[in-house]
Ligand binder design. Sequence first.
Ligand code: NAI
Ligand code: MG
Length: 365
Amino acid sequence: SNPSLLILPGDGIGPEVMAEVRKIITWFGDNRGLQFDVSEDLVGGAAYDAHGAPLSDETMAKAQEADAVLLGAVGGPKYDDLDFSLKPERGLLRLRKEMDLFSNLRPAQCFDALADFSSLKKDIVAGLDIMIVRELTSGVYFGEPRGIFEEGNERVGINTQRYTESEIERAARSAFELAMRRGKKVCSMEKANVMESGILWREVVTRVHADYPEVELSHMYADNGAMQLVRAPKQFDVILTDNLFGDILSDCAAMLTGSLGMLPSASLGAPMSNGRPKALYEPVHGSAPDIAGEGKANPIACILSFAMALRYSFDNGAEADRLEAAIEKVLADGARTGDLLGEEGVTPLSTSEMGDTIVAALNDS
Ligand code: NAI
Ligand code: MG
């Protein structure tokens, strides 16, 4: 049977950008024989409006069964006053938690045509293609004890950085597996100079590396890593790091490449019985209420998220390359949504015109 793909468009610009992904999926079905069993469901505010909860148990069960989940975005001002447990974001958090998605993949890829959008000089970022692997389910955001406690005559706020060997090992394995499909280099970042969790992290990553002799492993203190990311980002291929450092380093890397409308992501979990990892693909951006409903959203982040699904869930790196090359081509030809405008005299494309332009480039590929 065909691999299954669960689509959760969500709120705001989510459904708008997802409509363009549907065109791309249809193209691959019609032209490259890639058939998926696609189903669509509600998440976030849209699910709350229909069911009174940001993710129904039925949708959660479908996500657990799917070979891959592709999500648009959740949230919006309409839901700001809802109870914490009913907020749209809780739907997304429930997916991540119950699917146990421990490995968060954030590529920072600079399309040459957009190098001017980088916060850095063009020659530092042109051709940049790195991947940050952030451990997503443990570390200081989850470790116990945590809380605000009385201590003498004042209060103390406590969070605990805590990593087990198995948590480090599975994150490391996912980074090495990824590196095998890319430039075969992993740089692991922690602070082993001042943190015991960092010492253990370095030790376990080094041990797992023995299973991947083809991959070159290096270690770097995370503060130096932040500096190197801005100084000379092209020295990296895959960066492996923990939840806290990954949060910061991936936001930093994102700005190397320019618009939020261009950034995809993947969150992977343990392999299912068919060998595919549990997987959720989503653009980094949110529901963009300021432009929702106007046909202005850039669909590329969501389309690139589908390219990641082709590569990491459906083992089809060649078709993922084809899709990324089509995007590279339309950008080189000057196609721009409003968020990518800088040059004068360029008329922005609408969301659906950008989708159609990419389909046309696929037809020429
Ligand atoms: P946002 O990412 O939605 O928007 C930030 C800015 O970037 C806005 O000016 C927006 O117009 C622009 N932008 C974002 N994506 C774009 C695209 N594809 N094309 C063109 N321009 C784009 O972040 P914001 O404004 O902080 O949050 C808005 C809502 O989204 C909130 O409810 C927030 O909670 C939610 N959110 C959801 C996320 C998710 O679903 N994963 C992630 C971040 C925020
Ligand atoms: Mg962050």
